[in-house]
Write a new protein. Structure first.
Length: 355
């Protein structure tokens, strides 16, 4: 007998997440909306993650376990899960996060009996101290609405990007048929693979519903280190993110509405790039840092967005004015100052960065 198609295929990549995995899986399997399958993709974990997954496979027929032969990264693990999925919609979960018990019920209701191509919700950032105790919650709640016209969808996407909600893969239902029809998969990118996947889906999406619900708990844990993982390609990928959103808005005829939103985002990326250049791990000489600033200041994307946008942030105003007037040393000092500040307050820096 052929297995019936579930409404939702939840894909969860797992890599050494034993400490949080059971709670995460329970939050999916305990949903009030039960017509789902949970596809857990073990990315060659070296801890007890695989054993935990096997226990749930035995307990609940909705759970499927896929074990990769080689470590491939979260994006490629999600792709393997997509390949195995059979649901009407795709959903994604990180193995150290949780969701409220009625989240998928609300999302399916918003899909209007499966008519919507994409459903989006908010999230609650839950911050933890160095000992693993939750210290604060920051709910990010989007405006409820339904959009079916291309320009309206683009404006809604722009607002979601402003709220930092567009790029995540775990706060959406995606119509699986679109991913299959157009061969849309996650890239092997160090950063923003979620965003690039969502943008590809948006290009072929004809209807979007947004619910004003922050039922996904994005758990932000810190290990107490004064530095985060250094990513050499950070600025290149960040610029690409702004460029792809700018191009999308350009195609949909809303560039004028996009300038302030994307300009402020790009200014923050530039400031973060300056900070990372000041990090000794970058191994950038002073002359290289100055050349980097000059390149950014004359970049066409900068001139069309960050160079002309309105910003209320004092640090970004200083950065914008300095770049526009080619005050290279001021830009470098600003980046150095942010780097030094980050060393002594990673949690505070993370909160400021999201404002």
């Amino acid at each position: 007998m052929e297995k019936r198609q579930p409404w939702i295929s939840v894909v969860m990549p797992v890599y050494n997440a034993a400490a949080f995995l059971a709670e995460s899986m329970e939050s999916v399997l305990g949903q009030s909306f039960r017509d789902l399958e949970l596809i857990v993709v073990d990315d060659c974990s070296s801890d007890e993650s695989c054993e935990i997954c096997k226990e749930y496979v035995e307990q609940d027929e909705r759970v499927r376990l896929i074990r990769l032969k080689e470590n491939a990264g979260a994006g490629m693990a999600r792709n393997r899960g997509i390949q195995a999925a059979s649901g009407k919609y795709l959903a994604f979960m990180d193995a150290d996060d949780t969701i409220e018990s009625d989240l998928y019920k609300k999302a399916v209701e918003a899909s209007q009996n499966g008519e919507m191509d994409m459903v989006v919700w908010g999230d609650t950032e839950r911050f933890y101290d160095g000992e693993g105790n939750p210290v604060s919650d920051n709910p990010i709640i989007p405006e409820r609405g339904v959009w079916r016209e291309k320009t309206e969808i683009a404006l809604a996407a722009l607002q979601l990007e402003k709220q930092t909600l567009l790029g995540y893969q775990w706060n959406k239902l995606y119509r699986r048929e679109i991913a299959e029809q157009f061969g849309i998969r996650f890239e092997e990118a160090i950063l923003y693979e979620d965003f690039f996947f969502t943008m590809r889906m948006l290009e072929h999406t004809e209807s979007v519903a947004v619910i004003d619900h922050a039922g996904y708990y994005y758990n932000k844990r810190f290990n107490g280190s004064i530095t985060t993982k250094f990513v050499k390609e950070y600025f290149e990928l960040s610029r690409r993110r702004v460029y792809e959103m700018y191009r999308f808005c350009q195609k949909r005829g809303i560039v004028e509405e996009a300038v302030d939103v994307l300009g402020n985002i790009y200014l923050r990326y530039i400031l973060s790039g300056l900070m990372r250049n000041a990090d000794p791990q970058s191994r950038m000489k002073g002359s290289q840092q100055r050349a980097w600033v000059c390149c950014v200041a004359k970049d066409e994307l900068y001139l069309r967005t960050a160079g002309i946008c309105h910003t209320d942030n004092k640090a970004l105003k200083i950065l914008q004015k300095s770049l526009n007037k080619k005050k290279i040393q001021t830009c470098l000092l600003l980046g150095k100052g942010v780097y030094e500040a980050k060393k002594y307050g990673p949690l505070l820096f993370e909160k400021i960065k999201r404002k």
